[in-house]
Design a protein around this ligand. Structure first.
Ligand SMILES: [Zn+2]
Length: 331
């Protein structure tokens, strides 16, 4: 049985053009997208950023999705936009990772996002993704204490070290397991005994045979900006780039290659990810026209059609999946 998860960073319009996230037109389109997903049998998890629920109209849309029942609302943290404010980093004009903030600020921002979402939903959110893929041991520990059942920030085979926040790079996930695991409290990139479940995104190199090479190179050099810039690119040219499981940036062929790889895995979990803004025309630099948004929908249909022709599959939200693992003794 293949489990299919769709995790959606739910945030302002085109954050690639304006990272302050000031407008929320894309959120209004989510009701229609939800209907589209239901038609395909998908159960999306909308990981919602604080600035979205700070906007009255967008907040109402999120609440309508929550009441719909065929999806889940979780949380997504953009450190520079989530209260309480911390001027030394928030106001730099850069987009700092949460892991660049002092620990007490990380804790405070996580709490505020969780509590404000709880006020909207009438229950605590239990699924999370860090903005700009930021995750480290302290944050994972706070998520666990705040009652989160599942995190989906780890992108196996990928190092974000070349992506800059205020000064630091993003996490190196090259060595992380690619199937769901309970993380180690000292290092979220390796298995341990925490209670929160990590459901990694379905980033995969094109060929299974090169997984070890990616991990080996990533453990040696994935944490060094300049070295990884050379080695990471070299690996991409020589053995194929790691494929993103995002239908807004990866054409059908790549998505089916990832899905095909996952059919061979145990447990088989396909975790597609996308940004809410990538679902509408003008929502991202690569989704300019209505035809681009239409192509994204077609890729979703292609993936579902592929799975239906090859295997038995079932869609779950992130917390539904975590609950099943918990009750089936998945630890
Ligand atoms: Zn985001």
């Amino acid at each position: 049985m293949v489990h299919v998860i769709l995790s959606i960073d739910t945030e302002g319009d085109n954050l690639w053009a304006d990272q302050r996230g000031r407008s929320f037109d894309n959120i209004e389109a989510l009701g229609e997208f939800q209907t589209f997903c239901e038609g395909l049998g998908l159960r999306p998890t909308y990981l919602v950023a604080h600035e979205v629920i700070a906007d009255e109209k967008a907040r109402d849309t999120i609440l309508r999705l929550e009441k719909n029942g065929n999806c889940e609302i979780g949380s997504h943290l953009h450190a520079w936009l989530t209260p309480p404010p911390y001027a030394p980093l928030d106001e730099l004009g850069t987009y700092p990772f949460l892991h660049e903030y002092p620990q007490e600020m990380r804790a405070a921002k996580l709490e505020r996002l969780t509590e404000d979402l709880e006020d909207v939903l009438g229950r605590r959110p239990t699924s999370y993704r860090g903005g700009r893929w930021s995750i480290e041991a302290f944050t994972m520990g706070r998520l666990e204490s705040l009652g989160y059942a599942v995190d989906t920030t780890v992108t196996p085979f990928v190092s974000w070290i070349r992506t800059l926040g205020a000064a630091e790079g993003g996490p190196n996930c090259t060595t992380a397991p690619h199937t769901p695991y309970y993380p180690h409290s000292a290092d979220p990139m390796r298995p341990g005994a925490m209670r929160i479940l990590e459901v990694p995104t379905s980033h995969r190199p094109p060929l299974r045979a090169t997984d070890g090479l990616y991990r080996w190179a990533g453990s040696a050099l994935g944490g060094h900006r300049w070295a990884w810039s050379v080695v990471g690119r070299g690996l991409g040219v020589l053995i194929g780039k790691v494929i993103s499981p995002n239908p807004a940036v990866t054409p059908t062929e790549g998505l089916l290659r990832v899905a095909g790889r996952i059919l061979q895995e145990e447990p088989a979990v396909l975790n597609l990810c996308i940004h809410s803004s990538e679902l509408v025309a003008g929502g991202a630099p690569w989704i300019r026209e209505a035809s681009d948004a239409k192509a994204v929908r077609q890729r979703f249909r292609d993936v579902v059609g592929f799975l239906s022709s090859r295997c038995e599959w079932r869609a779950l939200t992130l917390s539904e999946y975590a609950r099943e693992q918990g009750t089936s003794g998945g630890r």
